[in-house]
Design a protein around this ligand. Structure first.
Ligand code: 13P
Ligand code: SF4
Length: 311
């Protein structure tokens, strides 16, 4: 039987050594989202969910931030650390949900719902953040909404996260109609079938799942929230309702526990574009730098910083 190291490409150790050397040369920090391929997570200085990585990007004193994730995450890092070079190793790693909201459409909705607070999920373009009162992530969405003075909240772009928040707030939530195809494709029916197959297992899902799927779950959490939940739980078996990249850390941190993906379809192709070779090339050639022009950068920074200040 092949061991893990036997299955790795023959130049694996060389690439890792190259990354390590270039990282020192560039005075770089490698931030990696929890959905990235396992070997990228292993090469990280820090792994985390969107909130943790935003905080890290704002606090680091490295000169270069290499962001292994998707474009909106690297953009947030640039907005929070504008004097730094922020690199996205996989140039075309986007997020289909982020593409479902534009600044123009948000301006129009704001006019239609004048007086409403505007909360925008970080899975959005910088231009939409610039049109918002405050941003949120999956880890803090309900707390952010509840911290605002307005009774009506325009919430985008994820309709499922909006619905999750609506269940945790007395405010009137006006949802955008965006969604994440990876999470939204999972039905209640298939969820219940997986639960029947693994009747001892706890179901944990991401709030980007449909409301009826969230209702089946014992916990609805951000990706890092899931890691903490499993670490602290006395249960042994878990069904994981989010992108399968999270299983890498779950298994590594909890060797005695068993994990079942809610569905093998839960793969974000954009998250999988980053490879170790691209990471090394990013450091070598300083590619691909993120640029957020003014005044968008300063206006988006207000929304992101308001979120970070809010706790
Ligand atoms: P987290 O912030 O929970 O890591 O989620 C990001 C994301 O893109 C979920 O699809
Ligand atoms: Fe975007 Fe969905 Fe991928 Fe998250 S999993 S980055 S929301 S497409």
């Amino acid at each position: 039987m092949n061991t893990m190291s036997e299955m790795r490409p023959s130049n694996f150790e060389n690439v890792l050594a190259r990354i390590e050397k270039l990282k020192k040369l560039r005075q770089a920090v490698i931030l990696v989202h929890n959905y990235q391929n396992g070997e990228i997570q292993d090469a990280a200085d820090y792994t985390g969910d969107s909130l943790e990585l935003s905080r890290m990007a704002g606090a680091t004193d490295a000169r270069v931030i290499v962001f292994c994730g998707v474009r909106f995450m690297a953009e947030s890092a640039k907005i929070l650390s504008p004097s730094k070079t922020v690199l996205l190793p996989a140039e075309h790693a986007g997020c289909s949900m982020a593409d479902m909201i534009t600044a123009e459409a948000l301006r129009a909705a704001r006019q239609q719902h004048s007086g409403a607070g505007v909360v925008t999920y970080v899975n959005s373009p910088a231009e939409a953040k610039a049109e918002s009162d405050i941003c949120c992530t999956s880890a803090n969405a309900a707390a952010i909404v509840n911290s605002l003075p307005q009774e009506e909240i325009l919430f985008g772009p994820d309709r499922n996260l909006a619905s999750w928040v609506a269940g945790r707030s007395d405010k009137k939530i006006i949802p955008w109609s965006g969604f994440c195809a990876v999470h939204d494709s999972i039905t209640q029916d298939e969820t219940e079938q997986v639960q029947k197959r693994h009747s001892q297992a706890l179901l944990i899902v991401h709030p980007e799942c449909r409301p009826e799927v969230c209702q089946c779950a014992q916990a609805v959490l951000s990706t890092s929230g899931m890691l903490s939940y499993v670490r602290e739980s006395k249960s042994r078996e878990f069904i994981i309702g989010t992108e399968i990249g999270l299983l890498h850390q779950l298994k590594r941190e909890n060797p005695g526990k068993v994990f079942y993906p809610l569905s093998p379809r839960m793969v974000c192709q954009d998250m999988k574009l980053t490879t170790l070779d691209l990471l090394a090339e990013a450091l070598e050639n300083l590619q691909y730098p993120i640029d957020v022009p003014e005044p968008i950068l300063s206006r988006a920074a207000r929304s992101l910083e308001a979120m970070l200040r809010s706790g």
